[in-house]
Design a protein around this ligand. Structure first.
Ligand code: FMN
Length: 198
C-alpha cells in the first residue's frame, strides 16, 4: 500500500501554493509515496479524511504579520476535535512558509507550525540542510537553503512579483528537498513499524 504524504497549506496570493507544489513534487519522487495537495481554506470532509489517512502531513502557510495566516490558524483551531481524539498522534510533520522579506520573521511562523504539530503528538522533521548563500564567501544565491533556515523550508517572494515569477528556483528546490526528506522518513518509519509489529 502506498504511503500518503499530504501537503496541507494556505496561500493568499499564490506564492506559498507554488512552494507547496514543489514540496509535493519532492515527496512524490520517492518510490512508494503518493503526495496530495490540500488547500486548508476549505475545511471539508475530504480534507479531514485525507489527513486521517496520511502517514505524514507537511503544513504550509504564508507569513503574515510575523506568523501564520488567519486562514491557517482557523484550520489549526478547527483541528481541536482531532486533537481531542489524538487523531494525528505519531504521524510525521514538517512545515514551510513564504514571505516577502528575506528574513520577514519566517522562523516565528515555522516555530508556530512545530508547536502545533507537537500539540498533536506528531514527529517533526527538520529541513536537514546546511545554510547556503551568504553563510560563506563562496556561497551563491542559487544555493539550496539560501535563506538559512533549519526548522523547515523557507521561501521569499518579492511582494510585487506574481507566483509565476516567485519564489525563485533555489527556494523551490529547497522545498522539493523538504518533501523528499519527509517522504523518506515516512517510508523508513512505515518499515520500522512493520518490523516492530512482527
Ligand atoms: C497581511 C499581510 C501580512 C504580511 N506580513 C509579512 C511579514 O510579516 N513578513 C514578510 O516578510 N512578509 C509579509 N507579508 C508578505 C507576504 O508574506 C508575501 O507576499 C507572501 O509571498 C504571500 O504569500 P501567498 O502568496 O502565499 O499569500 C505580508 C502580507 C500580507 C498580505
Amino acid at each position: 500500500m502506498s504511503i500518503s504524504v499530504v501537503i496541507a497549506y494556505h496561500s493568499g496570493y499564490g506564492h506559498t501554493a507554488r512552494q507547496a507544489r514543489a514540496v509535493a513534487s519532492g515527496a512524490a519522487s520517492v518510490p512508494g509515496v503518493t503526495a496530495a495537495l490540500h488547500d486548508i481554506s476549505a475545511l471539508d470532509d475530504v480534507l479531514w479524511q485525507a489527513l486521517t489517512d496520511a502517514e505524514a502531513i507537511i503544513f504550509g502557510t504564508p507569513t503574515y504579520m510575523g506568523s501564520q495566516s488567519a486562514v491557517f490558524q482557523a484550520f489549526a483551531e478547527a483541528s481541536g476535535s482531532v486533537w481531542a481524539q489524538q487523531g494525528w498522534r505519531d504521524k510525521i510533520a514538517a512545515g514551510f512558509t513564504t514571505s516577502a522579506g528575506v528574513n520577514g520573521d519566517k522562523l516565528n511562523t515555522l516555530s508556530s507550525l512545530a508547536v502545533f504539530a507537537a500539540q498533536h503528538g506528531m514527529h517533526w522533521v527538520s529541513l536537514g540542510l546546511p545554510p547556503g548563500w551568504l553563510y560563506s564567501t563562496v556561497g551563491d544565491v542559487e544555493d539550496l537553503n539560501r535563506l538559512g533556515g533549519f526548522l523547515g523550508a523557507m521561501a521569499q517572494a518579492p511582494s510585487d512579483a506574481g507566483p509565476d515569477d516567485a519564489p525563485g528556483t533555489a527556494d523551490l528546490r529547497t522545498a522539493e528537498h523538504l518533501g523528499r526528506r519527509v517522504a523518506r522518513v515516512a517510508v523508513e518509519l512505515r518499515h520500522g513499524r512493520l518490523v516492530g509489529a512482527a
